[in-house]
Design a protein around this ligand. Sequence first.
Ligand SMILES: Nc1ncnc2c1ncn2[C@@H]1O[C@H](COP(=O)(O)OP(=O)(O)OP(=O)(O)O)[C@@H](O)[C@H]1O
Length: 814
Amino acid sequence: MATSGGDPQRRKTTQGGVSGARGGAHSVLVRSEKERWSSFPMGQRLMGPSRPSSSTFLLQQIIHHRHQESEPGQEETESLAMGEEEELMDSEESSESELLNLEGEFDGVLREEAVAEALYHLGRSGPGTEQVFLNLTLSGCDLIDISILCGYVHLQTLDLSVNKIGDLSCVSCMPYLLELNASQNRLTTFFNFKPPKNLKKVDFSCNQISKMGDLSSYQALTKLILDSNAIEEISGLELCSSLTHLSLAKNKITTISGLGELPIKILCLSHNQIEKIVGLEQLRSLKIVDLSYNQIKSLQGLENHDFLEVINLEDNKISELGEIEYIENLPLLRILNLLKNPIQEHCEYWFFIIFMLLRLTELDQKNIKVEEKVLAVNKYNPPPEVVAAQDHLTHIVHSVMQPQRIFDSTLPSLDAPYPMLVLVGPEACGKRELAHRLCRQFSTYFRYGACHTSRPPYFGEGDRVDYQFVSEEDFNKMINMGKFILTYNYNDHNYGLSRDTIEGIARDGLASCVHMEIEGVRSLKLTYFEPRYILVLPLNKKKYEGHLRRKGLFSRVEIDFAVSRVDHYIKINQKSPGFFDAVINADDMDAAYQQLSQLVQEYLGLGEDTAPRLAPPAGVKTPSRKVKKSVRGSCDVMDSTDRNFFMRLWTRFSTKKTPMEESSIERQYEAARQALMGKTPPHFTLLFQRGSVPAPLDNTHYASVSELQKIFEICEESFKIPFKHGWSNMDTHGGKYSELFHSCPWLKELPFESPRINDMKDDKSLKAPQKMSIQYEKVYLPHRRYTISLMTHPGSNIKPSLPPIPQGRRYNSS
Ligand SMILES: Nc1ncnc2c1ncn2[C@@H]1O[C@H](COP(=O)(O)OP(=O)(O)OP(=O)(O)O)[C@@H](O)[C@H]1O
C-alpha cells in the first residue's frame, strides 16, 4: 500500500483477500486505463469506460457499504453479506436491474478496499527506503470524494479520470506525484492543491475550469492538458520553464497570450475563437501547432518559427494564396492542413501550395506525390530545359497543324545538317554587331538571319536589317501558324527565329548567322538543326554595365539583369563543357571580331590562299558570285548530299578529339586536380585559360585525299568482314568508296582531320587475336573502337567543323 506506514505489499494482498473474487473485473479495468494514460492524448478524452466494469466496481462498493452498516454482530453480518454477494454474483440477469437501483445509492466515497484493488506497479518509494505501489488508477468509478487518498503519499502516477470529483486537495499529500490525470471530472478550481515538487504531466481536460491560476510553483510541469473547459484567457504559465506541451482545445480563448518565452513544442488551441496568430513570437521551440477550428484569416505570426513541422489550420478563414508567403521559408515544415478554408477554392490551390512549400510531405491530410511536386515546379518555375522543351513542343505542334510544306533547303537528312552559326550572349553585348560584320566579310558563306520581334525598333535599327519588327498580335499569329523554330520572351518582348527566314537564306545557298540568348539556344538544340554556337561574353562587367547605361535604352533593373547574366553564362560554360563550341571575350569589339573571323575561317577550312579572296573586313565589297565560284570550284560536280554523306561518315570514323574537346577535358581534369588540392580557380581562368579561343580544328591536321582514301578503304574492309555476302565481290581498291574518292576533287577542301593509321597500329587495345588476318586487325578493330568511343564519350561532338554550305539545293532565282 502507498500509505506512509505498514507493509504495502502485505496490506494490498490482505485487502485483496477481503475483496476476493470481486477484484477480477476491476483489475482488467485498471490495466486498460493504465494504457490510456500512457498515451495521454492532446485532444479531448474518450468517454468513460464501459458500464459493466463500472457497475461491477460499484457493486463491490455497495456490498462493502452494507457490510459496514450491519455492524455490530460482525460475524453474522459478514456471512450475510457474503451470502448476498454470492447471490448477486450468481444471478447475473436479475442483478442487471437491481444494479440500477443500487447505483443510485452509491455515495461516491472512495474506500480503502477499492484503492487496494486499483494500486499497481510496486517500486521504490521517493526516499528510496521502502517498497510501495507507485501507480493508482481509479478511472470511471463515479467517485466524488477521494479524500482517503491523503494517506497514499508515495503515489507517483494517479489516474482519476471519468469520475465526479470536484476537489483534488488530497493531492497536496502526494509530494512524489509525477503524473495526474483528472480529466472528465467536475473540477472548477485550477490546481487547488499544494504542488508536488516534480509534477510533470497534468490532464484536467473536460472539467469546468474557467480560469487559469498562477502555476509558478509548478516548474517541473512539462505537459498540461486543459481541453474542453471554459477558459477565456491563458495565464499563470510564465514560470513554467519546462512546459513543452500545452493543450487548450475547446475553450473560450479569443487571443493567444501569456505564453512568453516558454519552451513549448506542441501547442493545441483548436476549437477556440482566435482571430489572429499573435503571441507566439517568442515560442522559438514550437514544432507542432494546432489552430484548427478558429477564425484565423492570416498566417502572419508563424513566419519565424524555424522548428515548425506541423501546422493544422483546418476550418479557419484563410482565403488568399499570398498568405502562404508567411510560411514558405519554414525549413522543417512537413505537414499542413488547410481543409475547410476558403483558400481551397482557388483553382491553382493544390499545385501552388506544393510549389511554394516543396518540403511538404502531407497537405490537407493527403500525402504529396513526387509527380505532383514535379508538375508544380514545371508549372510555376520550370527549369530552363523544360521551358525549352515546351517552346519546342509548341512550335512543332503548331507547325504540324498547318498544311504541310517541305522545307527542302534545310531539310534534315542523312547527310550533314544545314549549316548555321549562332552567336550567344547577354543583351547588347555586341553579338549583333559581330554577326553583321561577319556576314559582310564572309558574304559568300553567311547571311544574317533577322529574327522577328514584337519590341519597337530602337533609333537606327532597320526593319529586316536588324530584326523583323512585327506587332504583338502578328507575332502571336505567327506562333499559331507554326512559323517559328523557337521563340523567347526577353524583358516582356517576344523574339522568334522563323523557319522562313532560315529557309530563305538556305535557298540562296548560304549559311545563316543569327544571334540569341541562351534560352533560344536551348530550344534550338531540340530541333534538327545542328548549328555552331559561339558564346560572346563581356568579361569586364563594369565596362559592360557602362556600355548598357550609355546606350540609354535600358532601365536600371534591365541593366542589372543583363549584367547578372554574364555570370549565368560563365556557369553554363563551366558546367556543360561542349555546350558552346567556342567562347569569345567581347570586352573589345575589334579584338572579338578578329577572334570570331579567325574562328570562322578555321571552321570553314579556309587557308591563307582562300582567305584573301573573302570580302575585306572593313566593309569593302567584293562581288560575291566570283568568290563563291572560286571557293567552290570543282565541288559543283558532286551533289552536296554525297559530299555531306562523306562528312558524316568521316566524323563517325574520326577518333581524334577536337582541340576544343581536348582542352575542355583538360580543364575539367585541372579543375578536379585543383579542387583536390583545395584550390578553386577563378571563373575566368577556367573559361579563358587557353588564351585565344582555339578553332575546333587546326588546318595543319587536315587530311590529304590519299589519307582519306586509306581510311575509307579501311571502312570498306570493316564492313566486308561482318557482312561478307553483300560486299564480297568488291575489290578493296576498286570498291565503291574508292571510286567515289577518285571522282571527288572537292575533298581536298574539306576540313578533315585524318586519324593516324600508325597510331592505330600502335594502340595496344587494338591488338587482335592471333587467328585474325592482318587485314582484319587493321580494319575491323579500329572501326569497332571508333564506334564505341563515339557512342560512349560524353560531350563528343560528331561535327568536326561547321558543315559545308550546301550547293546542290540552291535554287536559281533567275
Ligand atoms: N529569337 C531569339 N531567341 C532568343 N533570344 C533572342 C532572339 N532574338 C534576339 N534575342 C536576344 O534577345 C536579347 C534582347 O534583344 P535586343 O534587341 O534588346 O538586344 P540586342 O541589341 O540585339 O543585343 P546584342 O547587340 O547583344 O545582339 C538579345 O540578347 C538578343 O540576342
